[in-house]
Design a protein around this ligand. Structure first.
Ligand SMILES: CC(=O)CC(=O)SCCNC(=O)CCNC(=O)[C@H](O)C(C)(C)COP(=O)(O)OP(=O)(O)OC[C@H]1O[C@@H](n2cnc3c(N)ncnc32)[C@H](O)[C@@H]1OP(=O)(O)O
Ligand SMILES: NC(=O)C1=CN([C@@H]2O[C@H](COP(=O)(O)OP(=O)(O)OC[C@H]3O[C@@H](n4cnc5c(N)ncnc54)[C@H](OP(=O)(O)O)[C@@H]3O)[C@@H](O)[C@H]2O)C=CC1
Length: 293
């Protein structure tokens, strides 16, 4: 029997968490947004309001829809605040041990019939599901960044995911006006299996001095019509997330072609994670982005 989803919990109020809360609230769902930091949830609410207002100004949504969507989102400092959600989507950092701990703590308070999902970019859904008390009601719902603009959501079943959970997730995504691509549960699924090795190769191209940041991004924007250059896109995704995805590919597929570029490792070790820390392959602290190499 398909589960009726009305109330959605979102764990992690970073760039993906705020985007998922945004589209779920616009889709008519009540949303509870959680983060380890209450300040982070507060700033996520301000970001959502800013992005909704932009959509009003562009006549994509009405002012009434903006107000209604905002009124459907509440913040919760503790996981207990998500106890009566019908679906909880985890979108914390791309670290398996962090996600496993969240699922352990969440399942202790969440109603048993609720579905649990992860927005992971790369980690095995089957393995994450095994850390919960409900592998049959666990699924990968992988949104793309920026969530309000991107049409696609990948759905990934773990080995135990049941049909009712898959159907409920499909219905949920359709209500958000997005299209699905179904992926088997292998490292990084479809989009990131293809996209991240391209980004990693762009970083090798920089590392080996084939071109500088500007040349590499211009080459792919003007020469291959990509909307963003690969290094600009890496900064946009977050270099920590890019590195985690490459590590999952490298370990999971045991093929040296997925070796993370040492320059990517160096940037992450420096804490230069891209836009979210104001510095990555570009420096965003001034009026316009300046290449760092
Ligand atoms: C890592 C993973 O696990 C999976 C992934 O997500 S991989 C990443 C996938 N995403 C991509 O590849 C994105 C590639 N980039 C693009 O498609 C485009 O550059 C883009 C859609 C992001 C922006 O398009 P653009 O026209 O060049 O940019 P821009 O003019 O700044 O924005 C257009 C509108 O988008 C909206 N917008 C931009 N960023 C937004 C955001 N973060 N949230 C909401 N709306 C946003 C705004 O309404 C903006 O309008 P204004 O100019 O009035 O502010
Ligand atoms: N960036 C992207 O383009 C995409 C990312 N994803 C996936 O979405 C997830 C989130 O990525 P993204 O939003 O970019 O990352 P961000 O770094 O922007 O946000 C992650 C958020 O999770 C918070 N957090 C960390 N630990 C916990 C916890 N135990 N409980 C609750 N919140 C926690 C972080 O808080 P703090 O900062 O205080 O640690 C931060 O606010 C990752 O799994 C990523 O792979 C999926 C699609 C695209």
């Amino acid at each position: 029997m398909a589960v009726a989803i009305k109330k959605v919990g979102v764990i992690g109020s970073g760039q993906m968490g705020n985007g998922i809360a945004h589209v779920a609230a616009l889709g008519g769902f009540d949303v509870v947004l959680n983060d380890i930091s209450a300040d982070r949830t507060k700033s996520a609410m301000a970001t959502i309001n800013g992005n909704l207002s932009r959509q009003v100004a562009k006549k994509i949504i009405t002012e009434e829809a903006r107000k209604q969507a905002l009124s459907r989102i509440t913040g919760a400092d503790r996981l207990e605040g998500l106890a009566d959600c019908d679906l909880v989507i985890e979108t914390a950092v791309e670290k398996e041990e962090v996600k496993r701990k969240i699922f352990h703590d969440l399942c202790a308070v969440l109603k048993p019939e609720a579905i649990v999902a992860s927005n992971t970019s790369s980690i095995s859904i089957t393995r994450l599901a095994a850390s919960t008390d409900r592998p049959e009601r666990f699924i990968g719902i992988h949104f793309m960044n920026p969530v309000p603009l991107m049409e696609l959501v990948e759905l990934i079943r773990g080995i135990a995911t049941d049909d009712a959970t898959f159907e409920a997730a499909k219905t949920f995504v359709a209500k958000l006006g997005k299209q699905i691509a179904v992926s088997e549960d292998f490292p990084a699924f479809i989009v990131n299996r293809i996209l991240l090795p391209m980004i990693n190769e762009a970083i090798y191209t920089l590392y080996e001095g084939v071109g500088n940041v500007e040349a590499i991004d211009a080459a792919m924007k003007l020469g291959a019509h990509h909307p963003m250059g690969p290094l600009e896109l890496a900064d946009f995704i977050g270099l920590d997330t890019c590195l985690s995805i490459m590590q999952v590919l490298h370990e999971g597929l045991a093929d040296s072609k997925y070796r993370p570029c040492p320059l990517l490792v160096k940037y992450v070790e420096a804490g230069w994670l891209g836009r979210k820390t104001s510095r990555g392959f570009y420096d965003y602290r001034g009026d316009k982005p300046v290449p760092t190499r």
